[in-house]
Design a protein around this ligand. Structure first.
Ligand code: DOR
Ligand code: ZN
Length: 353
């Protein structure tokens, strides 16, 4: 951080990457992509479209649509993922690697979250795909929650780790694995004590809020995501890993836009939209906790190193300047409510869209 005489306080960082992002398609894609492209150089694009992106051909076509939706002059690289199913073949994994466009494969347990119905019913069925991924060194990105309705929703990450992830990490000993949107102390401790090649992404909402926020003065559908927000102790454990500068924890927003009416509903969709101010929200969380000097590596180095991609050389600047986040943004012919809607934020991007 530098404070030039009589000028604003600024924070200049290596341009970051978002290692977990939902961009959707068509009009929705066009509505949200400019926010990410203004901040991040690259992003790992989640494949849970309807129908899901299960093949390299579909991933390449989706990448084309993302590139076509970029604002003129934007420099942004979508890193594609394949959606794993019980049928994903080793051949498909090799095609994905050879395409040069696919950076990982996503494991959604069937029924765990939005558009996961076609996901994996039994990890045993993934053997050929996981062996091929290990062989060609394509990381496995995991939505780490069991789907068993008898398991308490706050325990689903811990149970998944015990029942599925820990044995998987042992069995596929050279597979690189990301526990996406880590939300519990159990998850943090698992990653911190795991073998080399195991990492986690961290969202802004799991850093800024605990589950009390979901019920503060009434039901708050715009803070509902999966994995659901957890306890204060869980939130603290994530911040402790970041405070330690642990390179296994890096930025992944999980920004997941849903139309306002789909969230403010008798059965609201899971997903928090944070792309509108993602880096600023992380800066807020890090500063609040006195760990702002840890932001640069979390946002711009650890993820690139894990994915074995070059760190970005460009820089981005945040200015310490209070502003009020918009209540809504346009979203096709409807609107969406962003994380922090109507609330003040103390960091601002020097040139935002
Ligand atoms: O809250 C979530 N929303 N969690 C997910 O895993 C999926 C995402 C979405 O696609 O809306
Ligand atoms: Zn996600």
């Amino acid at each position: 951080m530098s404070t030039p005489v009589s000028e604003a306080v600024t924070l200049t960082l290596r341009r970051p990457d978002d290692w977990h992002l939902h961009l959707r398609d068509a009009e929705a894609l066009r509505a949200v992509l400019p926010f990410t492209a203004a901040r991040f150089a690259r992003a790992i694009i989640m494949p849970n479209l309807d129908p899901p992106v299960t093949t390299t051909v579909a991933a390449l076509s989706y990448r084309g649509r993302i590139r076509a939706a970029l604002p003129r002059g934007a420099r942004f690289e979508p890193l594609m993922t394949l959606y794993l199913t019980d049928e994903t073949s080793a051949e498909e994994i090799r095609l994905a690697r050879d395409s040069g466009a696919v950076a990982g494969c996503k494991l959604y347990p069937a029924g765990a979250t939005t558009h996961s119905a076609a996901g994996v019913r039994d990890v045993a069925n993934l053997q050929a795909a996981l062996e091929a991924m290990m062989e060609v060194d394509l990381p496995l990105l995991v939505h780490g929650e069991v789907v068993d309705a008898r398991v308490d929703i706050f325990e689903r990450e811990a149970r998944f780790i015990e029942q599925v992830l820990a044995p998987l990490v042992e069995r596929y000993a050279r597979l690189r694995v990301v526990l996406e949107h880590v939300s519990t102390r159990h998850g943090v401790e698992f990653v911190r004590s795991a073998r080399t090649g195991v990492a986690a992404t961290v969202t802004p909402q799991h850093l800024l809020f605990n589950r009390n926020a979901l019920f503060a003065g009434g039901l708050r559908p715009h803070l509902y995501c999966l994995p659901v927000l957890k306890s204060e102790s869980d939130r603290r454990s994530i911040l402790e890993a970041l405070a330690a500068g642990d390179p296994r924890f890096f930025l992944g927003t999980d920004s997941a836009p849903h139309a306002r009416h789909a969230k403010e509903s008798a059965c609201g969709c899971a997903g928090v939209f944070s792309a509108h101010a993602a880096l600023e929200l992380y800066a807020e969380a890090f500063e609040r906790d006195g760990i702002l000097p840890r932001l640069a590596a979390f946002a711009g180095e650890f993820g690139a190193d894990f994915y074995r991609l070059p760190r970005n050389e460009e820089r981005i600047t945040l200015v310490k300047q209070s502003w009020t986040l918009p209540e809504t943004y346009p979203f096709g012919d409807t609107e969406l409510v962003p994380l922090g809607a109507g609330k003040p934020l103390s960091w601002r991007l020097q040139s935002a869209p």
